[in-house]
Structures are given as C-alpha cells and as structure tokens.
Design a protein around this ligand. Structure first.
Ligand code: SF4
Length: 664
C-alpha cells in the first residue's frame, strides 16, 4: 500500500483512529489536510494549511508525519502548547499507530534548571527575602529527583519569581564545556536527547532565537530532519521579528558590570581595578538612560534619524560612544585574565558583543529595518526587520536546496486563522512563503445553527468617551440572563480596566457570578477558574481580558456562551513597527489602511470570535460593540470574513436569543 493510501486508511470510517479513539469521527476536511501533508512530505515541498476550528489539524499532521518514518521537528507557539503536544497528542497518536517513536521536548535554556548556578545561588548573600529562600529550598529538593530539570514540572513556582534568573542560565553566563556540571547539565542532556529523537517538539521562540544566535542546539538539529511543522503558525512573523533584529538594554550593561566585579574580586583580585572598570560601565549605562530625558514608563520613542525623536543628538551619540568605550575597557582587562577561569572568557565575549551592538546603533538604520527606544526601568534599544520574509527564504528554505542529503525537506505551516482570502497572503507574504502550496479547510461546525452575531446599532462610536461604559452595561444585561458564562475581550488596557471595574461593581452582591479580570491572577489560573465555572458547584464566571486572551484559549462546553468584543482590533498606528510597515506599503503605491490595517483587524477578530464555538455541540453568541462593522464598507468586508453566523437585528432579538441560550 502506498504512503497516501495508508494515511487515508487511518482516517477512514473503520480505520485505526475510529477503532482506538472514542472521540474520533471521520471528517472530510481532516482527511483532506492529512493527505496534503502526506503529499508535501513525499515531495519535500512547502505547504500552508489554514484549518478552521474543529478540523482536527493536530492529528491531520501527526499521522502522516509519524507514518513517514522521517525525522520531524514540530514547533508550537507557546511552552504550554508544547507540553500539551508532547505530553498528550503525540503519545496518543504513536500508541494508536503502534509506532515506537522516540520523542523529545526541547525548550529554551531559561526553562531548565542550571545545576552550576543553583550551587552559586546557595551561597548568594544578596538573597535576603524569606519567600525567595523558601522557593530556593523547594528547588533544591526538586533538583534531587528531577530527571530532565524542566521548571514546568515544579508546580506552584511563580514564573515571576526573582529566584528563577538565579537558577537558570543565559547564553551570557553559561560557562559551557568548562562547567563542573557539564556532564549532568539539563540543558545539554535535553539537546542530546533531541539529537537522538525521531520527533522533537520545540517552540517558535526557540526556533527564531536559534536562527538569530545559534544557542539552543537547533542549528545542529535542523539539517538532520526532513519534516518541519509549525502549528499556530499565525504567530511566526511577530515572534520572528523579535529575535531577528538587534537589541541592547541598559540592564544587560549593568548585569555585565556586576558579574565582572563579582568574578574579578573573587577570582582575580588585585590583577585589575575591577571596581573602577565596573563603575565605568555602570555610569555609562546610567548616562544612556538619562540621555532620553523624562518620558512616561512604557514609551516607545521613534528613531528614524541618528537619534530618537525628542532626544538631544549630541547627548545621545556621546552616551552610546561612552558605552562602547566602557565595554572595550572591560574587554581588554578581561583578556588579561581569561586563563585564570572560564568565567572570564564568557565575560570577555559578552563585553565584546555588547560593545559591537552599541556601535551598530551609532550607524544609520538599514532601509529594510526600523528602530525605536523603549523606556522603562531600563532603556531598550531595538532594531527590527519589518517581517521575517528574507530570513525565512535565506536561512530556512534555502537549506532545502543547499543540503544535498536534505534536498527533500518538507516545511508545513498551519493554524486555524492564516488570513482572510483564498491565497492567505496575510500570512504567506510577510513569511516569505508566496511560492508555497496553499490549502484552506473549512470548519466542520454548523455556524448558522450554533452561533449568532449581534452588532448593536445604538452604541456610541468606539472613540466616544462613554463607549466602554455602554459596552459594560450591555455585557451586564447579558451576564445577568446567562448567569456568567461570558468572555469580554477588549482592545486596550484602559477599556479592560473600565469594563472590568463596572462589571465587578454590578455583580458584587451576586454569589453565583464571579468576575475575573486579567492581571488579577496568572493567565493559567484565570482560565482554570473559568473552565471549572459552574461545573464544580461554584459560581459561573465572567472573564474580562485583553491581548493574549484573544487567541489560543479553549473553553468548550457550557461554561462559555457569550463573547463580547469591545471594538475592531486594529493595530496601534503609532507603534514604530506598525508605522514602518505602513510607510513601506505606501511607498509601494498601496493603501496602508486597506492593505494592512483592515487585514490585521480581520485576522484578529477571527481569532477572538474563534473562542466561541469549540465543539459541534457548542452554542453561543458573539457581540461586537463596533458599529463600523456594519456601517462602513471595510467593516462589512471584515464581517464577511467571519464564520457564517446568524445575524441578530435588534435588542429584543438579542435578549430572546440569550434566553434561548440559557435554556439550551
Ligand atoms: S553547562 Fe551551562 S547551563 Fe549547564 S550547568 Fe553549566 S553553566 Fe549551567
């Protein structure tokens, strides 16, 4: 039986999946996707698949990937999805197919316990906080039993704990082969396991970080695999640009000064004036921070000339030059002691790299990139490409042609939302994949019967100061009828706070309704509470959230019946990256609004709306509180890209559909 027929068999009505997975139902779209993936693997081609919610895309790529017998890398958007794929989907499907697959999970080095730094942390006298001591004790205990040192195993560890940087390594402070813990090192063992595995599960951050600085072992791994699959591929471009540019922060300079002083005094006291060298770099970092003057925390300063907007040119240039000099002084001093300890060699490389990066920021920004400065506790200087197209073509797809034994590498990109039109250009153009084969597989859900959409016409314009209050009032009426079971997605933090506060106040006396607000608890906990909802005899929940909650969250069943979106999610026009992308389009004779802002809003709205119906039995309503969706030409275009939900015409109908949802 040929490869494609074997795949078809697995998904057939009497196939292996039907026999071994009680939840499996044959779906034409899933089989179609699996066949396309199989063909791409056979041909070593590039395939982009948009698979609507409910298609079952994970099995559709896992089955052909595993049955191909090739080495495979799977990349997902987040570490949580990575764990789910590795811990649940992959073993399930390997068992059903009865294949002895060697699997490995590879994360970035910051996810693993560093045994060397744990030893240093034990003697760290700066660790005065009692909570930090308790966390460290917990880590110590766990370090005795963990096999792979993945911090995700350590339940209850707050991801913001100040202990984490002390017990994990960075590319800067890992001392590599000279490390006394090199043999049992968890980072190295994870990489070794990845090199020996048939299927390796990574994440997009790791993939691009490695493409940029080659630190995670991906550089060795990639040439040896034949199939690379990116799930949640809609995040690739935005993840990629974060890593493919250049950055320097005043915090990195201060860290280097502190680490050099500590190592110098401990291992080479008296051989150089470590205090003077470290304070020289600290002063340079502080001067750089001060050179931008008073700015609000979180400001992003445009940087289209030699200096950022509103910053004195001479003060800025001088401050960067002083940073370069301080890094160079440090580098020269460290060179004289590299023989004494491996730490000095790493410090020397850090000083050199930071100095070179600072120097780069004295030159004019390349035409295909954009620069800005972020102001916070520290200053972050950023140079970013506008998209990942060039890197994908040169650093990823080019491998296919260059590596003779790997001439048939297959690249597969998939997600539930990759655009708003047949060619999926929203995804393929910025990712440099215009030549890829494209497939769109529609969701199997019956949206006309399962879901409705309401755009209240009486609401004020989104720019009106009363808009958030009106959204909260409308959501409040619906929550009252549904007794919770509502997700409110906002486009701004200001709306999040206003709507959250209004709903909290309205339902303060209702014991059966709990209002959860993003920021009050970690995301994982908020979602767990929402999912538990009424199912465990507790109150049903309302969740008010923004940003990261628009996508990737899955709340099937009765706990979610209503999604309220405050306004069309256009990207922020004054963000330097967005502005640079707009200008590039306009230089090319296009309209930034029609060709960038509208497609971006369409894809984001599709993502947000996609939270509503997660199963064939789900029912629910989407309310978009933005009249532009029905009153403007571009709004109607966005509306037509959403799943074909029944449209609600007025408030009375809105209330009766809510009542019906309540009694379903
Ligand atoms: S090799 Fe690097 S990551 Fe591993 S234990 Fe040593 S310092 Fe830590």
């Amino acid at each position: 039986m040929d490869f494609e027929s074997r795949i078809e068999d697995v998904f057939a009505e009497q196939g292996l999946l039907a026999k071994n997975d009680t939840h499996f139902k044959p779906r034409a779209g899933q089989t179609q996707m699996a066949m396309a993936v199989a063909k791409s693997i056979e041909q070593g081609s590039v395939l982009v698949v948009e698979a609507g919610t409910g298609v079952g895309k994970t099995y559709a790529y896992l089955v052909p990937a595993l049955l191909s017998g090739e080495r495979v890398v799977l990349s997902t958007a987040t570490k949580a999805l990575q764990d789910q794929l590795f811990g649940r989907d992959l073993p399930n499907i390997a068992k059903i197919l009865n294949l002895p697959v060697r699997m490995a999970l590879l994360k970035g080095r910051s996810s693993y316990l560093c045994l060397y730094r744990l030893e240093l942390a034990r003697g760290d006298t700066q660790l005065s906080d009692r909570g930090a001591h308790a966390t460290l004790a917990k880590v110590e205990k766990w370090s005795q039993v963990t096999r792979n040192g993945d911090l995700a195993e350590l339940t209850g560890l707050d991801e913001r704990s100040p202990v984490i940087p002390l017990i994990t390594s960075t590319r800067d402070n890992c001392i590599g082969a000279q490390c006394p813990k090199f043999k049992p090192c968890h980072v190295n063992l994870a990489r070794k396991e990845a090199m020996a595995a048939d299927v390796v599960v990574i994440n997009h951050h790791l993939f691009f970080a490695d493409l940029a600085v080659k630190d995670s072992g991906m550089a060795e791994l990639l040439p040896t695999v034949s199939v690379v699959i990116f799930d949640e591929a809609h995040q690739l471009n935005e993840t990629g640009v974060q890593f493919l540019g250049a950055q320097i922060t005043t915090g990195q300079l201060l860290d280097l000064a502190r680490d050099t002083l500590a190592a110098g005094l401990q291992l080479a006291r008296g051989l150089q004036d470590w205090s003077a060298l470290a304070s020289g770099l600290e002063r340079a970092a502080r001067e750089l921070r001060l050179s931008v003057g008073k700015q609000w925390q979180g400001a992003k300063l445009r940087w289209t000339e030699l200096e950022p907007e509103g910053v004195d040119s001479l003060a800025w240039t001088t401050a960067i030059q002083v940073v370069c000099q301080a890094c160079d002084h440090l580098r020269i001093a460290l060179l004289t002691v590299t023989e004494l300890a491996p730490d000095f060699e790493r410090l020397c490389i850090r000083a050199q790299e930071l100095g070179q990066r600072a120097e780069k920021f004295l030159q004019v920004c390349p035409a295909d990139a954009v620069r800005w400065v972020e102001v916070g506790q520290q200053l972050r200087l950023v140079e970013s490409p506008l998209d990942i197209a060039e890197s994908v073509k040169k650093k990823m797809l080019k491998n296919t042609a260059e590596d003779a034994p790997q001439a048939h590498k297959s690249w597969i990109f998939t997600s539930a939302t990759l655009g708003h039109e047949a060619q999926l250009k929203w995804f393929t153009v910025p990712c440099g994949l215009e030549q890829a084969d494209v497939l769109r597989v529609a969701s199997p859900f019956d949206y006309a019967n399962q879901a409705s959409i309401y755009v209240p016409q009486y609401l004020p314009k989104p720019s009106d100061p009363m808009h958030s209050a009106e959204v909260a009032s409308l959501a409040g009426q619906a929550i009252d009828v549904l007794a919770g079971r509502t997700l409110v997605l906002t486009t701004t933090l200001r709306a999040l706070r206003a709507i959250g506060a209004a709903l909290e106040q309205q339902f303060a006396d209702r014991l059966d309704i709990e209002v959860l607000i993003q920021g009050n608890l970690p995301k994982r906990e908020l979602l767990a509470r929402f999912r538990e909802g009424a199912s465990q005899g507790r109150s049903a929940c309302v969740l008010v959230a923004s940003a990261s909650f628009w996508e990737g969250i899955d709340i099937p069943g009765d706990e979610l019946a209503l999604v309220v979106i405050d306004k069309l999610p256009f990207p922020p026009p004054d963000d330097p990256l967005i502005e640079a992308r707009s200008k590039r389009l306009e230089r090319g004779g296009k309209s930034s609004f029609i060709d960038y802002f509208v497609p971006e809003a369409t894809v984001s709205l599709k993502q947000g709306a996609g939270r509503l119906i997660r199963r064939e039995t789900d029912k629910g309503m989407l309310v978009v509180c933005d009249t532009r969706l029905t009153q403007m030409g571009y709004g109607r275009k966005i509306l037509s890209a959403l799943p074909p939900m029944r449209q609600i015409q007025n408030h009375d109908e809105f209330m009766s559909v809510l009542e019906a949802l309540n009694s379903d």
